[in-house]
Design a protein around this ligand. Structure first.
Ligand code: GDP
Length: 286
C-alpha cells in the first residue's frame, strides 16, 4: 500500500468522500470477496449514511464461491444491494448495473410519473486501496482511463465517465478510504491477500497465520498443492514441511523466510485454489 494513513490523511479522505456524496445517487462500495469484512473501511456506514449503497464483492474469481454466496446473503440489508464481481475479467458487471437500478427504482418511478426523465444513475466508487477500484472504473467505461487519486493542493474538476450502456455515470476519481488497523487479525487477512504490503507486518507472522487458516479451512487444497499426505497440527511444523517439500533448505535447515514467501506467493497467485479467509459465521452474521 503506497499510502501511509495518519489521522490527518483519514480526515482528509473522509472530507473528500463527503464532498463527492453530494453529487451522486448511489455509492458503490468495493470490497475484496476473499475478506469482505476486513477489507471494508471501519467508518463506511457512518460516512455514507443516507445514500443508497451497492456493496461489490470484487475479485470473486479468487474467492471460494460457496463462501461468497454466504456473504451475498449476509450483507443484504434495506437500502443495500450486494453483488459479486470479477472486474479483471469483466464478469458480473450486468448484475452490478441491475443492483444500482434496483436501488434507484422507486425514486426513478416517481420521477417518471411526474413526466421527468431520471437520466443516468450517478455513482461513486469507494474502497480501501487495492480492492480494484481503478480496474472496475475502466471495465465499466469500456476503455482505459488514467485514474489518479486526489492529490493535496490539486483541485481538479470532477469529471463524469459515461458507461458503455449509458445507464450509469461514474465520478472519475474513486473515493479512497483507509482500512481497519486496530484489529491484528484484520491486518493479517489484508496482508495474506496482498491488500497491504508485507513490510507493515512481519512476513513470518503473516505466513504462520495463513498456513493455520488454510489448514483449518482448506486442508485438502493444501495437501494437494504441496503433495502432503498428512498435515501437522502445528503451524510452524506445517510451514517447515512445505519448505522441505520444495527444497528450501539452507545449512541443513528449512529456510523459514523462503517458505513463508513461497506460501504467500502461491496463495496470492491462486495456485492453492479459490480461497476465502473469512466467512459471515466468523462475524456471527450467518
Ligand atoms: P485500486 O487501488 O482499488 O484502484 O485497485 P486496482 O484497480 O489498481 O487493482 C489492484 C490489483 O487487483 C490489480 O493488480 C488488479 O489487476 C487486481 N484486480 C482488480 N480486480 C480484480 C478482480 O476482479 N480479479 C482479480 N483476480 N484481480 C483483480
Amino acid at each position: 500500500m503506497a499510502i501511509q494513513w495518519f489521522p490527518g490523511h483519514m480526515a482528509k479522505a473522509r472530507r473528500q468522500v463527503t464532498e463527492k456524496l453530494k453529487l451522486i445517487d448511489v455509492v458503490i462500495e468495493l470490497v475484496d470477496a476473499r475478506v469482505p469484512q476486513s477489507s471494508r473501511n471501519p467508518m463506511v456506514d457512518e460516512i455514507t449514511a443516507g445514500k443508497p449503497r451497492l456493496i461489490v464483492l470484487n475479485k470473486a474469481d479468487m474467492a471460494d464461491p460457496v463462501v461468497t454466496d454466504a456473504w451475498l446473503r449476509a450483507l443484504k440489508r434495506e437500502e443495500v444491494e450486494v453483488v459479486a464481481v470479477d472486474a479483471k475479467h469483466s464478469k458480473g458487471l450486468k448484475q452490478l448495473i441491475t443492483g444500482a437500478q434496483k436501488l434507484m427504482k422507486e425514486k426513478h418511478d416517481r420521477m417518471r410519473e411526474k413526466g421527468r426523465n431520471p437520466g443516468p444513475i450517478r455513482a461513486l466508487i469507494i474502497g480501501i486501496p487495492n480492492v480494484g477500484k481503478s480496474t472496475l472504473i475502466n471495465r465499466l467505461a469500456g476503455r482505459n482511463i488514467a485514474i489518479t487519486g486526489d492529490r493535496p493542493g490539486v483541485t481538479k474538476r470532477q469529471q463524469w465517465i459515461k458507461m458503455k450502456g449509458g445507464e450509469m455515470e461514474l465520478l472519475d476519481t474513486p473515493g479512497i478510504l483507509w482500512p481497519k488497523f486496530e484489529d491484528q487479525l484484520v491486518g493479517y487477512r489484508l496482508a495474506a491477500t496482498g491488500a497491504i504490503k508485507d513490510e507493515i507486518l512481519n512476513l513470518d507472522d503473516i505466513a504462520l497465520y495463513t498456513v493455520r487458516e488454510l489448514h483449518a479451512r482448506y486442508p485438502e487444497q493444501l495437501k494437494e498443492r504441496f503433495k502432503l499426505e498428512t498435515l501437522p497440527e502445528d503451524g510452524v511444523e506445517l510451514l517447515e514441511l512445505i519448505g522441505k517439500k520444495r527444497g528450501l533448505i539452507s545449512g541443513g535447515y528449512v529456510d523459514f523466510e523462503k517458505a513463508s514467501e513461497l506460501l504467500l506467493n502461491e496463495l496470492r497467485h491462486e495456485k492453492i485454489g479459490r480461497i476465502s479467509l473469512e466467512t459471515p459465521a466468523d462475524h456471527e452474521m450467518a
